[in-house]
Ligand binder design. Structure first.
Ligand SMILES: Cc1cc2nc3c(=O)[nH]c(=O)nc-3n(C[C@H](O)[C@H](O)[C@H](O)COP(=O)(O)OP(=O)(O)OC[C@H]3O[C@@H](n4cnc5c(N)ncnc54)[C@H](O)[C@@H]3O)c2cc1C
Length: 391
């Protein structure tokens, strides 16, 4: 087979992870080729998110990397972006009397990294979201500075910037072979054969499979299906200013969440069903369960849905992020385990990964937040094994 050239870095996967690290690498002068299996980019998880930015979500490393992206979201490079990437959408987690002490303790802990986090009493929570049944709510955790994100806008920004800086993007190019070659790798993707110094595995739910194909030890990722749909809101309500609201119980944790979306309400049962990597589809049962729960918690009286979808959120066992070289394969870089935070962390994590590849260290502002290369290393025993609880 004839080779298609040589680049510094080949990126496998054109979701948010792949295009974000590609953008930052190309911007700093590296030659980059991104290969995507599907005919369109962002077809899988990236195109199916709830588009939320939450600084109180995930472990401390996730929270610090999310916050490290705040300046980028607030002032994206104008050259590649002509819209606002975010708009205010506070977040509220509500529960009954049994959860009040727990919520108060979480607020105290959350304030270390996100000082604006507040505890709300039940009446105030209902004022913020008037469809909630007041008798079920005794308190809430409130994150006033959470945001709605423009996922397509962010993805497109990274694509434009990557191309502007000379990067190449090849769709319909599934990686079918990855072999060590000289001091780097030879990647076969569709009809292309590309030599590179570093290969980045940003293939989302497929990341363990891609590693196995390359002869690299998998890290034991868990792909979990999550369902969402849009429901109509009765005319007596204007949901446009409602917060993203999680409804929680001591028995089930997060039971269901909702947020305003295109004049209606995006609803998710917060399901986490283990799945093989695939084009995930919603199950009727999960939608029915979410309708039942949202009608229990609110007076919305949801009866039908206008659109529904599902996507795979892919976690390591301890739900932490991975951005680091494989211990068993020089030049093979993992960018995986973005779980439910791959959009909000993309500006911070993409920049961190680019720096780790080029210098082995993190950008100063991210290091100053207390994140270390070891926090993101692919060589941590806690990455594999049984999945810890979370949401
Ligand atoms: C319902 C739902 C709600 C969510 N809400 C949020 C939210 O509010 N905020 C947030 O930050 N995150 C959220 N997420 C999570 C977020 O969407 C993901 O973390 C993120 O999209 C992961 O991006 P990725 O690039 O790793 O994966 P993907 O977008 O899946 O991209 C991986 C790509 O790799 C490609 N690929 C696979 N194998 C190969 C191969 N052999 N060769 C070439 N290409 C290959 C795939 O085709 C795919 O395009 C949500 C997810 C879901 C499902």
């Amino acid at each position: 087979m004839v080779g298609d050239g040589s680049v510094d870095v080949v990126i496998v996967g054109g979701g948010m992870a792949g295009v974000s690290v590609g953008y930052f690498l190309a911007e700093s002068g590296m030659s980059v080729a991104l290969v995507e299996a599907e005919p369109t980019l962002a077809f899988h998880t990236t195109g199916r998110s709830a588009a939320q930015y939450l600084e109180n979500y995930g472990d401390d490393v996730v929270r610090r990397l999310t916050a490290a992206g705040r300046p980028f979201f607030a002032e994206p490079p104008e050259q590649f972006c002509d819209t606002e990437l975010w708009s205010p959408r506070p977040m509220m987690r509500i529960g009954g009397p049994e959860l009040v002490d727990h919520f108060r303790a979480e607020v105290t802990a959350a304030r270390t990294l996100v000082p604006s986090t507040e505890f709300l009493d039940g009446a105030t929570a209902v004022e913020r979201h008037p469809a909630i049944r007041p008798e079920l709510v005794a308190g809430a955790i409130y994150e006033p500075d959470a945001m709605d994100l423009d996922v397509a806008g962010l993805h497109q920004l990274f694509v434009r910037g990557l191309r502007h800086h000379g990067g190449a993007i090849h769709v319909s190019s599934p990686v079918v072979a990855a072999e060590p070659s000289g001091s780097g790798w030879r990647i076969t993707a569709g009809d292309l054969v590309i030599d590179c110094g570093v290969v980045i595995n940003a293939s989302g739910a497929w990341a363990d499979q891609v590693a196995s194909m390359a002869g690299v030890e998998p890290i034991g990722l868990h792909a979990l299906r999550r369902t969402a749909f849009v429901a109509r809101v009765p005319d007596r309500f204007d949901p446009s200013t409602w917060p993203l609201t999680d409804f929680e119980s001591p028995e089930r944790g997060m039971e269901v969440y909702c947020k305003p979306e295109s004049g209606g309400l995006l609803v998710s049962p917060a399901d986490e069903t283990p799945s093989d990597p695939c084009d995930a589809r919603p199950e009727e049962l999960d939608i029915a369960m979410a309708i039942d729960r949202i009608n229990t918690w609110t007076t919305l009286d949801v009866r039908s849905v206008s659109s529904s979808w599902a996507g795979l959120r892919t976690f390591t066992a301890n739900r932490s992020l991975v951005a680091g070289f494989a211990p068993d394969a020089p030049g093979f870089f993992w960018l995986a385990g973005q779980g439910g935070y791959g959009i909000q962390t993309a500006p911070g994590l993409g920049r961190a990964a680019s720096a780790l590849i080029q210098s082995g260290s993190l950008p100063a502002d991210i290091a100053d937040r207390g994140v270390t290369p070891e926090d993101l290393s692919a060589d941590r025993p806690e990455l594999s094994g049984d999945l810890i609880a979370g949401h």
